[in-house]
Design a protein around this ligand. Structure first.
Ligand code: 1HN
Length: 379
């Protein structure tokens, strides 16, 4: 028995406290019996298993863009990209998640770097993904044979099981960020991965201004009458900065004219959506662009699920729980589940924030909640 107990991963401690029995030799023996048979009584665990509200294991944390780019460019010189490693992608590891490459318990976030002329080989996987470009241009991502240009401010979703490769057709290196639901897929043991072809065809290596997907789907409010199905993920492979920027600019201009569609005063926001359904672009990931006027601020809120932000432009201050950071272009930070968040633009310039989160997962499970400061916490 002592041998089996020594090998058991279950470790139970007699504890004093409410709901706990009095320690005694008989209780000690009972607990060793539980350990041996791999049993865990609820009364020792309930506080951790069922807290009154989410208590994230993840920490608020900030990564500075200049450090990310500096290390990624060193990797560009030292580490080849090709079959096996697949991508020169360097993940943000939340300091409280055991050194795993997880920005949050559900989300992967990385900087990816491609040198001039380099190709990241074709593959596909069940994880849903997107790219967001905070600076630079010159890389085309080829999704299902459709070459899609990537430029500053563009958002490029890429749903699970689509073949994809990237190539840098320019003379400069390029960096961008990747977001994927890798940790969620990992915990739920739902991943599939396949290698693709070693080389794309010459037709796929072209560099068109507009992808086929944009020519079909990239017309506001218009869909081809032949395409009536509501797809689970967006078929539009690029959401261009010119459109996102105009939508935010118009919201703030309308506010000035007395027709407010802003989230709160001075805080415009848009969500990237699937044109076949009006829903989120990906089944597991929500993506948005927020703009605060110079001197403006968001309300303070918290919500179920975790977010990753990247500063697209401007300067300001963000607060995540007890942490407060002055932020600038490219900086990335994490807001864990149910931790209060607010942001404030600097006095002289607007602040644009790209954010992604896992809200579609919780909405599908009917467990998503948002609470604004001063509200009671409506579901
Ligand atoms: C992946 O395929 C990409 O295609 C980026 O750019 C990051 C991280 C893990 C697994 C696959 C990409 C990835 C990835």
């Amino acid at each position: 028995m002592s041998n089996a107990s020594a090998l058991s991963p279950v470790r139970l401690k007699m504890q004093a406290g409410p709901g706990q029995p009095e320690p005694s030799p008989a209780l000690e023996q009972l607990y060793r019996g539980f350990e041996q048979e791999l049993l865990v009584p609820l009364w020792t665990e309930i506080g951790d298993l069922m807290p009154p509200h989410p208590r994230s294991k993840a920490s608020p944390h900030l990564w500075r863009w200049d450090r990310l780019v500096d290390l990624a460019s060193q990797a560009g010189r030292l580490v080849p990209v090709g079959r096996g490693g697949e991508r020169r992608a360097i993940a943000l590891a939340n300091p409280s998640l055991g050194g795993k490459p997880y920005a949050t318990p559900t989300l992967w976030a990385a900087i990816q770097y491609l040198m001039p002329g380099e190709n990241a080989p074709e593959h596909r996987h069940s994880q849903h993904a997107f790219r967001f470009v905070v600076e630079g241009e010159g890389v085309w991502t080829v999704v299902g044979g459709d070459a899609v240009r990537m430029s500053r401010g563009d958002f490029l979703p890429q749903a699970g099981m689509n073949w994809h490769a990237h190539h840098n057709a320019a003379t400069e290196p390029m960096a961008w960020i990747d977001g994927l639901d890798i940790p969620f897929s990992y915990y739920t043991e739902s991943q599939f991965f396949e290698f693709g072809r070693h080389q794309l065809s010459p037709a796929e290596m072209t560099t068109p201004e507009r992808s086929r997907s944009e020519r079909v789907w990239g017309h506001p409010g218009l869909r081809p009458v032949s395409q009536t199905e509501a797809l689970p993920a967006t078929p539009l492979l690029a959401y261009r900065w010119v459109d996102t920027d105009r939508a935010l600019t118009e919201q703030l201009a309308l506010e000035d004219e007395g027709h407010a569609v802003t989230l709160s005063h001075g805080h415009a926001a848009v969500r990237f959506t699937n044109p076949t359904s009006g829903r989120d672009v990906l089944p597991t990931i929500r993506t948005e662009m927020h703009r605060l006027r110079a001197g403006g601020r968001t309300r303070t809120w918290r919500e179920v699920g975790s977010s990753v932000f990247q500063v697209f432009e401007g300067q300001g201050t963000v607060r995540v729980g007890e942490q407060q950071w002055a932020v600038a272009r490219g900086d990335m930070f994490v807001v864990p589940s149910w931790v209060p968040f607010c942001a404030e633009a600097g006095a002289d310039a607007a602040l644009d924030l790209f954010r992604f989160n896992d809200a579609p997962i919780f909405e599908a499970l009917h467990t998503h909640r948002v609470q604004f400061d001063g509200d009671s916490g409506a579901v």
